[in-house]
Design a protein around this ligand. Structure first.
Ligand SMILES: O=C1O[C@H](COP(=O)(O)O)[C@@H](O)[C@H](O)[C@H]1O
Length: 253
């Protein structure tokens, strides 16, 4: 069952993390099927950015898995990463390794735009600059069709952390050298890129997220709770009951 709370954004509350994963995955399957079907030839791919963590292990893992949902045409989907850990390719800490295992190893024809890995001697800033070049070559003048993001207990999304200058940086792709959550070296899409997506989904489960969600949806300063920057009419917050427990609930359907 989906509950709507008394907040301006679209907030969907599911009973637990499993129900949340199933519902968000089914909605993602339907959205991508619809977008890939409707996209006229020659208008470019459907561009999505995906986060790691629960987005990958919970939601991506169940995409395209339920009966009764038309399958997306994956040949028309281009996948960017919202953020990535700057560790060697295939490292269990890599967001793309998890997403590959959970979903993309079975989506023939999908165009995966993985962020660089730390193999070789390339400094983090050079690697981020290389992905920035790739981003600008493909995405200048375009917006993501969907950014599907997680949120940490400190309110971070992608690798944009409270009190870190990256939140205000203008380049579309940024290096993070001192992530408070390990591993420390990361590459991230910028706040500007992610908040200008046509649709933003934030997926959060568990009681550890309740405080940050309350502050984010209550209008906190994004420098203190970055996810507050994601509020808006294009944003859907996918929550389980534990994560939503500090939000004022006015209506249940
Ligand atoms: O480090 C990261 O954390 C966030 C939140 O992860 P979650 O498991 O609490 O949902 C994630 O969205 C981000 O992509 C990842 O690099």
């Amino acid at each position: 069952m989906t509950a709507r709370c008394g907040q301006p954004d679209d907030i969907r509350v599911l009973p637990d993390a499993e129900a949340l994963s199933r519902e968000a995955a089914a909605a993602l399957t339907d959205l991508l099927a619809g977008l890939t079907r409707a996209r006229p030839d020659g208008s470019g791919p459907v561009d999505i950015a995906v986060a790691g963590g629960f987005v990958s292990s919970g939601v991506l893992a169940l995409v395209d898995a339920e009966d009764g949902h038309a399958a997306p045409d994956w040949r028309r989907v281009r996948v960017w990463w919202a953020d990535e850990r700057y560790v060697p390719a295939g490292d269990p800490d890599r967001n793309d390794a998890d997403a590959w295992r959970r979903l993309f190893s079975r989506t023939d024809g999908v165009d995966l735009r993985r962020m660089p890995s730390s193999d070789g001697d390339r400094p983090l800033h050079e690697a981020a600059a290389a992905y920035l070049g790739q981003w600008r070559a493909q995405m200048t003048g375009r917006h993501l069709d969907l950014a599907i993001l997680g949120m940490g207990p400190d309110g971070h999304f992608a690798s944009l952390f409270p009190g870190h200058g990256q939140l205000d940086a203008v380049d579309e792709v940024l290096a993070e050298e001192d992530s408070p959550k390990p591993p420390p070296l990361r590459i991230t899409l910028s706040r500007g890129v992610l908040v200008s997506a046509r649709r933003i989904w934030v997926v959060a489960a568990g009681a550890a997220k309740a405080g940050a969600l309350q502050r984010a949806l209550g209008g906190a300063d994004p420098h203190e709770v970055p996810a507050a920057a994601l509020r808006g009419p294009r944003t859907t917050w996918w929550l389980d009951r534990e994560a939503s427990r500090r939000l004022r609930r006015s209506r249940t359907s």
